[in-house]
Design a protein around this ligand. Sequence first.
Ligand SMILES: NC(=O)c1ccc[n+]([C@@H]2O[C@H](COP(=O)([O-])OP(=O)(O)OC[C@H]3O[C@@H](n4cnc5c(N)ncnc54)[C@H](O)[C@@H]3O)[C@@H](O)[C@H]2O)c1
Length: 284
Amino acid sequence: MKELSGKVAVITGGGSGLGREFALCCARRGMKLVLADVDEQGMAETVRLAEQAQPGIETATLRVDVSKLEQVEALAGLAKERFGAAHVIFNNAGVSCGGPLWEHTAADWQWVLGVNLYGVAWGIKAFVPMLLEQGEGHIVNTASAAGWVNAPGGGIYNASKHAVVALSETLVFDLKDAGADNIGVTVLSPAYFPTAIVDAARNRPAELAETAPMTEARRQREERIRYAVQHGRIPAADIAEMTLQAVERDQFYVFPHKKIKALIRARAEAAERETAAFDTLAGR
Ligand SMILES: NC(=O)c1ccc[n+]([C@@H]2O[C@H](COP(=O)([O-])OP(=O)(O)OC[C@H]3O[C@@H](n4cnc5c(N)ncnc54)[C@H](O)[C@@H]3O)[C@@H](O)[C@H]2O)c1
């Protein structure tokens, strides 16, 4: 979509980190905002910052758990009722939970796949029919470098983000089959950047609280990830701006961290050799 001014942005995970920066980029472009999150205080702060960036901006917020289809459908209903449309849909809410694969509880799987995979699936299911009816729109799915290469200790997260890349690539051709030339798709795959994702458990539902015991090895790995996130060199604001520019150019892939593309090439070479699993940390 070349011209975003006056259009409606819907942003899940709009109460923190990248979702908040998407909101501010959209606000500066003169878009209306529909924010969804389980964190109502976080959304209120995003609205405050958006009003500061763009006085008079029109906004709506809804407490939504994206893992629940009926709540994401209610979000689509809100956008339609309040603004008559939804144009750029950011399926962005995400959580992570570390540990060796065999130690994860059923609740760990349900929580992370619920938000990261089903959240995106329900965003597509609830909003694409509206975009088809309008004859225009754009879906932005927040994946990750973990959608391409697999660091240890993040098995559920890796699986969820590979699924987001798969859904996004499939969506392009499903839309093409449907003759929907005017609906774009972008999949964003950043490496670590500073946000509150390392404290994702702050918004974990009580009914899915049961998690694996904290071992010393897991604690050390989580500390390394916390350090990598906090010291990420590209700020969330820059990643959001690159993504908005991709929407304006109708660009599909966004890799803010160029080293990820080198890792993907190295992984393809490992697949070519067939002998051993690609070691993401070693890059070979
Ligand atoms: N920060 C990184 O290093 C990094 C790297 C690659 C990809 N990502 C992805 O970026 C996206 C945004 O995360 P972030 O880094 O800004 O983290 P963040 O924790 O700052 O923001 C995530 C937001 O999602 C919300 N959320 C959590 N569960 C939810 C649910 N069930 N329903 C609705 N909202 C929910 C949280 O309340 C929070 O506001 C995620 O998809 C994440 O996987 C982050």
